[in-house]
Design a protein around this ligand. Structure first.
Ligand code: SAM
Ligand code: SF4
Length: 454
């Protein structure tokens, strides 16, 4: 008999991708996705514990679903980083919770649900899988109905930055054999996917521990050869491990899009050292210069943390200085959030919440202006867009992405979905661009890149 599953996802792309994998796994056990929790037989909260805010959401979500357990007998579960970290404590704390499933246990979910049905017992599974089988692809059974897809190439992290919970909840770095990755991408392409984003906490570390000798740049080359695939992206790379070989991958025209996400976290050498990041402000800036020499049009985004323990005004100014020097296309900025079990949570010189908030507001205001100015640089250019579907802003419009990862909304129809088309950029906004298909009133400017390149 068919059942319904409702999944609420918090946090990063890794979690979003895990949710996709869970849905594909459950399809095989006759669970179909529902977007309405009230119809669900199984409710799963897929969580993130990188910062405190998403972690708190788990408890409020559990509170919201309690009545569905009481009234309808729905099975309620928690997956992801909070599940991994809290384990059986979650079951103790929340009496109506049935299932806790850690980051490496996802492939076991169908069996665990079956076991619970038979025994009626509550289950907690948070063991780490050192063989790496948990990374195996869960392939789609039918066309995925999407133009873009994530593909995990490695998981876990060996860096142990002093603020970060990831190595504790996702385990040590483990890479997937290249053959498995290639097969997954080929299958996705058959299912209509045109763009893949290769996922890992530190993609530059790809290949470590595998029997085959392969580095990330070689994996990129192999994926580039897959027929029918139009675009490749990846996230995230650690500045310390960003090799010259990988930077050179941006030098030749290929499917690799001109965008890199390169978190810097702080502009102060003192704070970078306390974070255990393994680079300095200058060495980060040198890498950015080198990337821009290799690929002048590369769009650069990053993550930054304000209010790390010991961060004084001077350190914060160094961060603002770095932001102004690089002029990122966009920034993901966070207040430092102490994570239990990490070294920085024990540091005695914690920064007051009020100061963190003030610094975040100052930084975000500066970045908002830079982002808009960077977007305005695209006005008047003709850009290649991969059309993804209807615009979130208006039902009459379609939306797609430039190679530099900027969202473009334009007038069009559904027949364009999955196609690469030239679109003229007519207006820049803080979070997106407005465009027009050539011939529908758009004429390009002398800065137009496609025209200049012939
Ligand atoms: N591996 C990537 C790197 O090192 O560049 C980052 C992955 S991490 C899961 C995503 C982002 O969350 C980090 O870049 C950092 O800015 C933020 N983050 C991680 N731990 C944090 C904490 N304790 N407080 C605030 N932000 C945090
Ligand atoms: Fe966390 Fe990234 Fe540092 Fe790894 S490299 S510990 S994922 S911040």
């Amino acid at each position: 008999m068919e059942k319904r599953v409702y999944i609420e996802t918090y946090g990063c792309q890794m979690n979003e991708h895990d949710t996709e994998r869970i849905l594909r796994l459950l399809e095989g056990s006759h669970y179909l996705e529902t977007k309405d929790a009230q119809e669900a037989d199984f409710i799963l909260i897929n969580t993130c514990s990188v910062r405190e805010k998403p972690e708190h959401k788990v408890y409020s979500a559990l509170g919201r679903f309690k009545w569905l357990k009481e009234k309808k007998g729905a099975v309620i579960g928690v997956a992801g980083c909070v599940a991994q970290q809290e384990g059986v404590r979650l079951l103790d704390r929340v009496p109506y919770l049935d299932l806790v499933i850690g980051t490496h246990a996802i492939p076991m979910l169908p069996q665990l649900l079956q076991k619970m049905e038979v025994s009626g017992e509550r289950v907690c599974e948070t063991g780490f899988d050192s063989a790496g089988d948990y990374l195996k692809a869960v392939l789609p059974r039918a066309p995925v109905g999407k133009v873009r897809s994530y593909v995990t190439i490695m998981q876990g992290c060996d860096h142990f930055c002093s603020f970060c919970i990831v190595p504790y909840v996702r385990g040590r770095e483990q890479s997937r054999p290249s053959r498995e990755i290639i097969e997954e991408v080929e299958r996705l392409v058959e299912m209509g996917v045109k763009e893949v984003c290769l996922l890992g906490q530190n993609v530059n570390g790809y290949g470590k521990g595998l029997k085959e000798e392969i580095r990330f740049s070689e994996l990129l080359r192999r994926i580039n050869n897959i027929d029918g695939l139009d675009r490749i992206r990846f996230t995230t790379s650690h500045p310390r491990d960003l090799s010259d070989e990988l930077m050179q991958a941006y030098s030749n025209p290929s499917k690799l899009c001109e965008h890199i996400h390169l978190p810097f976290q702080s502009g102060s050498d003192k704070i970078l050292q306390a974070m255990h990041r393994g680079y300095t402000k200058d060495s980060y800036l040198e890498k950015i210069d080198r990337l821009r020499k290799i690929c002048p049009l590369i769009s650069i985004t990053a993550d930054v943390i304000v209010g790390f323990p010991g961060e004084g005004e001077k350190d914060f100014e160094e961060t603002l200085d770095l932001i102004q020097k690089v002029r990122f296309d966009d920034l993901f900025s966070f207040k430092y959030s102490p994570r239990k079990g990490t070294r920085a949570a024990q540091f005695t010189d914690q920064v007051e919440e009020k100061v963190k908030q003030e610094r975040l507001s100052v930084l975000q205001k500066i970045q908002r202006e830079i982002t808009l100015q960077k977007n305005q640089e695209w006005e008047g250019r003709l850009e290649e867009i991969l059309v993804e579907g209807r615009s979130k802003q208006s039902l009459q419009d379609m939306a797609g992405r430039t190679r530099s990862n900027k969202i473009v909304n334009f007038e069009g129809d559904l027949s364009l979905v999955g196609k690469l088309i030239p679109v003229g950029i007519t207006k820049a906004y803080p979070h997106s661009l407005r465009g027009g298909i050539l011939g529908s009133g758009f004429t390009c400017s002398p800065q137009c890149l496609l025209c200049r390149n012939g």
